[in-house]
Design a protein around this ligand. Structure first.
Ligand SMILES: [Zn+2]
Ligand SMILES: [Zn+2]
Ligand SMILES: [Zn+2]
Length: 144
């Protein structure tokens, strides 16, 4: 799958460095979001003297260029998720088991039009993430 990742980085205007490829490889196929610390622990075997700040920086660069999704958790920790869906969409994230699910419909356009009218300006973009408990966690009575 390395070719695909190199391609995804190229399309985002980023160089396919070994660290970026390793991050995408680890997150590929994961249905849950991961913390920088967790990814760092898994990468240390492959990269000598790899510092946590380097992992943070790489994750941030990947998120800024849209290759990774950043998850903003109520616990104020940052997590990252790799979604192969390149269409405009949003995520439902489980606060308990960390599972991420795509929300196919956006539904914000009407609100954007209304807000643009109200403020007399123009809404250019939006960030939307829905937090909750997934069906599996609901069945287990799981709480975040
Ligand atoms: Zn869950
Ligand atoms: Zn997605
Ligand atoms: Zn949207």
């Amino acid at each position: 799958m390395n070719g695909n990742h190199a391609q995804a980085l190229k399309e985002a205007g980023m160089k396919a460095t070994p660290k970026r490829l390793a991050i995408l490889e680890m997150l590929e196929g994961e249905t849950a979001y991961a913390s920088p610390e967790e990814l760092w622990k898994r990468m240390r075997d492959r990269f000598d003297r790899l510092g946590l700040p380097t992992v943070y920086r790489n994750l941030e660069e990947l998120a800024e260029s849209g290759v990774l999704s950043k998850v903003i958790h109520p616990n104020r920790q940052l997590y990252y998720y790799f979604c192969s869906n390149r269409e405009h969409h949003h995520h439902f994230v489980c606060l308990s088991c960390r599972k991420v699910q795509d929300i196919p419909s956006c539904g914000i356009e009407a609100l954007e039009r209304e807000v643009s009218k109200t403020v007399g300006g123009k809404v250019l973009s939006h960030i939307l993430q829905l937090n909750g408990l997934c069906s599996g966690c609901m069945e287990n009575g799981g709480m975040p």
